[in-house]
Structure formats: C-alpha cells, structure tokens
Design a protein around this ligand. Structure first.
Ligand code: 5AD
Ligand code: SF4
Length: 433
C-alpha cells in the first residue's frame, strides 16, 4: 500500500493535557490499524473532535468545528465524524441529533474504551494488521494515571463529566511507561485532575514517583495537576530527594479572597495556601510554582479582586493562567447569579494577566546568566538565519522552555544551556561548552 492509498485520520483537540493524552491514545490505535495522520480533515477518512466543557468558550469553539464538518461530510459521504470528550459526555446524543454530520459520540467516561467502541460501531474492521510502527522521535510523553475528580469545586464541571476519581493500577502505569521508553521516551508527565490523591493497591502518589524513578531509561518525571489541600510532606520529600522528579509544581490558587475560596469550595484559605508555598520553597528552594487564577466569580467585589492582586504579588508565581469565570450548568455555582458584568470581568482579567505576565518575566529575567540543564526535545530549521545551525527547543528541570542554536543535533540529550534572554513564556540561551 502506498501512502496515497492508505486511510487517514484527523484529530482536533480542545482543552487540557488529559485530552491531549487521550488524543495520543486514539492516534496510536488508529496507526496500529493502518491509518496515517493528516493535518487537514479534507483528505481524512476519520475525523475526531476531542472536546472540552470547562468554559463556555471552549464549547463554542468545538461547536464551530462540528458545524464545519457539514462541508466535510458533503464532500466525503463515507467519512466518519466522531465527537469525543467532556462535551460529548455532557450533551451525549443531543449532539448527533443536532448535527447530522456526526456519526458517533464517545463521552469522557468512555474514552479509554475507544478501540472497542470503534470496532463495535463498525468504523474499524476487526483484524486489520498493525501496518506501521510508530517512530515519531518524541522525547517526552504524558500518561493519564487517574481519571475523574471527587472535589466538586463549585464552578467546575469535571466531576460531572469525568465522574468519580479512579486511579489506574500501578503495574499498568509502569508497563505503559516502560513501553514508551522502548520507543525513545525519556521524560514522562503523569496526569490526573488531582494526582496528589492517587491511590491504588496501597501505593500513594509519592510511592508512585519512587516506582517510576526506578525505570532505567526515564530521565525526568513531571506531574500535574495538584490540589493544594492534598500536597503532603511525604510528596515534598519525594520531589526533593528523587533526582528524576522535576522541580515544578502547578498549584491552582483560583482566588486570593477567603470569601471567594469558600464559595468555590476549595477547602483552604489564602493563609493555608501561602504557608504551603513557603513550605514547598523551604524543601525545594529552586522549584518553580505555576498557578491558575479565576476572576469574576459570583459575588466577587473590588475588595476580593484586590485580595487576589495582593496574593499574586505576595507569592510571585513563575507562570499563571488567568481565566474569566464561566457558568456551567449542573455545578453548584450555577445556582448563584453570574453577577459580575462582562466589562468588569474583562477589566479584572486584563489587570491580573498583565500582573502575572510581568511577574513571570521578572522571575525569568533573574535567571539570565545562570545555567539550566535542558532535555532537548525538538528542532526547527531557520532559513531566515544564514548559518549552519538549527534552532533547538527543550525544557529545564523547572519546566521553563528554552530555545538555543546549535550545529550539532542534540535531540534527546541533556545539556547545560546558559540563559541569555528572558521572555514571559520562555528563555533564550547558548550551549555551554
Ligand atoms: N470558569 C472558568 N474557569 C474555570 N476553570 C474550571 N472551571 C471553570 C469555569 N467554570 C479553570 C480553573 C481550573 C482550570 C483548569 O480551569 O482555574 O484550575
Ligand atoms: Fe475541577 Fe476542582 Fe476537580 Fe480541579 S479539583 S477538576 S477544579 S473539581
């Protein structure tokens, strides 16, 4: 079979890293069934839209994509359109009723059964031989170690669409990672809505980190995301003593106002959070701490907003995502009036984003002149620069992205890079000889 005659698939992914990990799994499966990836739906035999429900904006974008598939279906009547993920779970077959171009809907609680569902539905014929071996030169990969969430933060739809927390058995995780190392993976990110509450067969998250550390060819371990209430001393000790575990923790704060934190059902006060950050920095001084902040939650006042500004200044996050509150039906907060005006949300969002970005840049700037141990992930040609070097990209142990130039192919290697310039989202450096 030539590349031209082989069947193709296209995946569009919205939302978090868990969705990205699911899309990777769909990809793997389709490749093992003899399909090739393509970067446009136009010539695809299967189109997958992996959706997110966390904010209305993400849903709207997915709806636009699904709507556009009408043209795809008209041009490819035999093509299959599959909608998966959180929105698929939330709205179910309603999507199929509303959009006739959709052939199959697979909710977030079922994504791990994707291969069986694809054969049961007849879209994939059973018994197709594994045609191509995957060789994508990837250095870093992520795996989902737990699904669902029990926390019920009042604004969040995840516990409803992904269901209760379920930890994947340890042996399964270790096997998956070992298999990935055989394909050249050196860095693994362990994913879950709240990895700190991982528990399976008497193994907690700190124990799991120790077990993954024992896998020889894994050089680096990352993990996300964390709930401040579940970060234990045992975990901090593991991060500080296990060499392979990277010094980065994503620790969503959401708000600096205790009144809002309580309404959000976050189960901590700002003081609790602040003391946790102090403890983390005491155990692991060079750790980077990143966060999520939400603005415009029901009943939020200028005073609450000011408390968030003070909190951000006091902590000094290395990077922060800032979101505008988006009411989600089914959640507790949906019962509260969405009483912060659109204009106010915009204004607060801009203020917080500007503040967080300036702090991130300031913290990055302090690193100029220091060395970072970078695991090199990818390279890009830079035809506009006339030398024999390529641009390389990798990450430091603190999760900061670093770009540098080299004539030698360094992909997969761990090298020291001297930081020469700082941006908000990344650093620029030079290879240290
Ligand atoms: N509106 C806005 N942001 C939300 N998040 C979760 N639910 C909502 C919502 N309804 C944000 C939180 C969370 C991140 C993944 O998304 O900040 O930490
Ligand atoms: Fe949503 Fe809270 Fe669970 Fe995170 S911890 S997924 S914000 S309910």
């Amino acid at each position: 079979m030539t590349e031209k005659t082989m069947k193709k698939y296209y995946i569009k992914t919205f939302g978090c890293q868990m969705n990205a990990a699911d899309s990777d799994m769909f990809s793997e499966y389709l490749i093992s069934c003899g399909y090739l990836p393509t970067d446009t739906p136009d010539n695809a035999d299967i189109v997958i839209i992996n959706t997110c429900s966390v904010r209305q904006h993400a849903e709207e974008r997915a709806f636009t994509e699904i709507g556009d598939m009408k043209h795809y279906k008209a041009a490819n009547p035999n093509g299959k359109v599959i909608v998966v993920g959180c929105m698929a779970e939330n709205l179910g077959d309603e999507i199929k009723k509303k959009y006739q171009q959709v052939d199959l809907v697979i909710g977030a609680k079922n994504t791990q059964n994707f291969p069986e569902i694809m054969t049961q539905s007849g879209i994939i014929q059973k018994g197709i031989a594994a045609a191509v071996a995957k060789n994508d030169n990837k250095i870093s990969s992520h795996i989902t170690i737990m699904r669902g969430c029990n926390n019920f933060c009042s604004y969040c739809i995840v516990p409803y669409v992904r269901g209760p927390e379920q930890s994947k058995p340890v042996d399964e995780i270790l096997k998956e990672i070992t298999d990935l190392t055989e394909r050249g993976i050196k860095e693994i990110s362990l994913l879950g809505q709240n990895v700190n509450s991982y528990f399976s067969n008497n193994v907690d998250f700190a124990d799991l980190l120790a077990k993954v550390s024992e896998i020889k060819n894994i050089k680096r371990i990352r993990f996300m995301t964390n709930h401040p209430k579940d970060v234990s001393d045992k975990l901090l000790k593991s991060i500080s003593t296990l060499n392979k575990v990277c010094h980065h923790i994503h620790l969503p704060l959401q708000s600096g106002s205790d009144k809002i934190l309580e309404l959000m059902n976050r189960k901590y006060t700002f003081e609790n959070y602040y003391q946790l950050v102090r403890k983390i920095r005491y155990y692991i001084s060079e750790i980077s701490i990143t966060s999520d902040i939400m603005t415009g939650f029901p009943t939020e006042t200028d005073k609450d907003h000011k408390a968030t500004i003070e909190a951000i200044n006091k902590i000094g996050f290395d990077f922060t995502y800032v979101f505008k509150y988006s009411p989600r039906s089914k959640t507790e907060a949906f019962k509260l009036k969405d009483d912060v005006t659109k204009e106010k949300k915009e204004k607060w969002h801009k203020e917080l984003l500007d503040l967080c970005n300036s702090i991130a840049k300031e913290r990055n700037t302090k690193l100029i002149g220091t060395l970072s141990e970078v695991l090199v992930e990818s390279s890009a040609d830079t035809p506009e620069i006339n030398d024999d070097k390529k641009e390389f990209f990798g990450k430091g142990r603190d999760n900061r992205g670093i770009v540098f130039r080299s004539a030698k192919n360094l992909i997969g290697q761990s090298i020291n890079v001297k930081i020469t310039q700082a941006k908000i989202h990344s650093l620029i450096g030079e290879v240290e000889n």
